[in-house]
Design a protein around this ligand. Structure first.
Ligand SMILES: [Ca+2]
Length: 525
């Protein structure tokens, strides 16, 4: 169902007409090829937050945290209320987003250390590769976390394969996450601002002699670790993993939002004359939460709230750039998050203590790492000024569907079987999305079908004590009617055995042999 704030037909102008004409081409009819060129190659931008929950934005019901720029985007576009990341953690979601393949099909698509090899096969279809084949210039600015190299990276030479080998013409990234070494930016495979006389060494197992660590040198810390995150100290923040050298290349955490914003703005300005695809992968509100001083105190919720305010500002600035460059009416923007929220995720940063009445997961149960809805149901917005009518959609959609949908938009046949073509849903002309979706969380899977959610039995704790999140583990199957019980409070598995059997059969068919993965110990990172 789509609730439109205004009737799309009332708003159809010349631009919309051209766009609709373009769709007719895709359906096999003929029309003028000269308009097809313009119409089917809008710029495409995916803005991807890190650990931003369903309830964090004003447009999604937040009242205590102010997100005016993201609200403007959500309210001016199509706001999905049943939009999902493919996984409840970073790496698998990012893998599925770019490749259109379920992450549980790839045994390596799990939370990766900074030294992990690239987990996308360089022969695989990706969104940037598909778009590049249709004439797009493609870029990524921000968080990567999909592995680099082949397993033994020399950080002082060109690091390959990486984003540039899976479809990106330009890349300016952090390798993994803000809490992991190497704490440097990498541009097109080269560590930015690296002094060759001060080479970088990275080890995730052993420290370098004489180097302080978060564990042994608490006096050197400006942010204290809660669990994990106690190896090499950079900028007073203890990280995961050990790093030596590379002083001139180390990032300043508080500047990261500005650095990535400028990178995204510069990319747009440089490539505005050709169709471009930009994957702008924000680092917020993942740990360590390090707002620029001008945002410190802006939320009243401590660093976690402050970096969400900072991210909202950055998105607003970025969209202003699109506007100033005259690109807004020819740019499709997708905004979403890679997984649900977490408060304490390894550092003492007052995320729990100062949360007040803010509810990051909104009406949902669970959070990051969880098979409950808050693990993967996230803010999900499509925005295209003049082309997508503002509205709200409750269609079931996955980020994994963007690949085939964008391929359809630009007239490419490079699609995958897991990624459904939901172009009409993403642009608001059709209300019904997927029939079903397999969800993933730390190598476990669950299943959505229609209004129903099913979680198979898993061993392990019901709640992760470190992060205080319900993981979805139970010795029995769980079944929830999300239409009547969005908060997943009433398990109907015993009451409605027919529905459970129906979901189980469908789920097991989809999983097939790929789904028989070993359940691994939960890694909280
Ligand atoms: Ca994440």
């Amino acid at each position: 169902m789509i609730t439109k704030k205004r009737n799309i037909y009332m708003t159809v102008g010349p631009l919309q007409f051209l766009f609709l004409s373009g769709l007719i081409v895709l359906n096999g009819c003929t029309t003028s090829p000269e308009t097809d060129e313009d119409v089917n190659k809008p710029n495409i931008v995916i803005i991807y937050a890190d650990d931003l929950g369903y309830g964090e934005l004003g447009a999604y019901g937040a009242t205590e945290l102010k997100t005016p720029n993201l609200d403007k985007l959500a309210n001016g576009g199509l706001r999905f209320t049943n939009g999902h990341a493919s996984s409840a953690t970073c790496t698998p979601s990012r893998y599925a987003l770019l490749t259109g393949v379920y992450p549980w099909r790839n045994k390596n698509a799990k939370i990766l250390p900074g030294t992990a090899p690239l987990i996308i096969d360089t022969a695989q279809i990706t969104i940037p590769k598909m778009l590049r084949s249709k004439g797009y210039h493609t870029g990524i600015v921000g968080k990567w976390h999909l592995g680099l190299g082949n397993g033994n990276v020399n950080w002082n030479q060109r690091i390959s394969p990486g984003p540039n080998e899976v479809g990106f013409d330009y890349s300016y990234i952090m390798a993994a996450t803000q809490d992991r070494v190497p704490t440097v930016y990498i541009e097109n495979g080269y560590v930015d601002k690296l002094d060759p006389n001060d080479p970088i060494e990275i080890d995730y197992d052993n420290n370098y002699e004489g180097q302080p660590t978060g564990k042994d040198n608490p006096e050197l810390l400006k942010m204290k670790w809660h669990h994990g995150h106690n190896n090499t100290i950079v900028n007073g923040i203890p990280r995961i993993g050990f790093m030596k050298g590379g002083e001139s290349a180390k990032w300043i955490d508080e500047d990261m939002a500005d650095v990535f914003l400028k990178g995204a703005q510069d990319y747009v300005k440089k490539h505005k004359n050709a169709p471009f695809f930009l994957y702008y992968a924000l680092q917020q509100p993942h740990v360590p939460r390090t707002p620029h001083p001008r945002f410190v105190g802006s939320s009243g919720m401590g660093p976690r709230g402050d970096v969400i305010v900072e991210a909202d500002w950055a998105v607003g600035e970025f969209i202003n750039t699109l506007k100033e460059e005259g690109l807004l009416e020819n740019t499709l923007i997708v905004f979403s998050s890679d997984n649900g929220p977490v408060l304490n995720d390894g550092y003492y940063d007052d995320a729990v203590e100062k949360i007040g009445d803010h509810n990051p997961k909104g009406p949902l149960r669970g959070g990051k790492y969880s098979l409950f809805e808050a693990g993967t149901r996230v803010p999900f917005v499509t925005y295209w000024q003049g082309k997508i009518a503002p509205g709200i959609s409750d269609a079931l959609v996955s980020q994994m569907d963007l690949l085939s949908s964008l391929a359809t938009l630009v007239g490419s046949d490079e699609i995958t079987s897991d990624s459904q073509n939901l172009l009409e849903v993403f642009t608001g002309r059709k209300g019904k999305g997927r029939d079903e979706l397999v969800l993933e969380a730390t190598s476990r899977t669950a299943f959505l079908k229609g209004d129903w959610a099913m979680i198979p039995p898993y061993s392990g704790p019901a709640i992760s004590k470190h992060v205080n999140i319900e993981l979805g583990n139970s010795k029995d199957y769980q079944l929830y009617d999300l239409k009547a019980d969005l908060g997943q409070n009433n398990d109907l598995s015993e009451e409605n055995t027919d529905k459970l059997a129906e979901l189980r059969a469908c789920y097991e068919t989809i999983l097939g042999e790929d789904g028989n993965n070993k359940i691994e110990a939960l890694e909280l990172k």
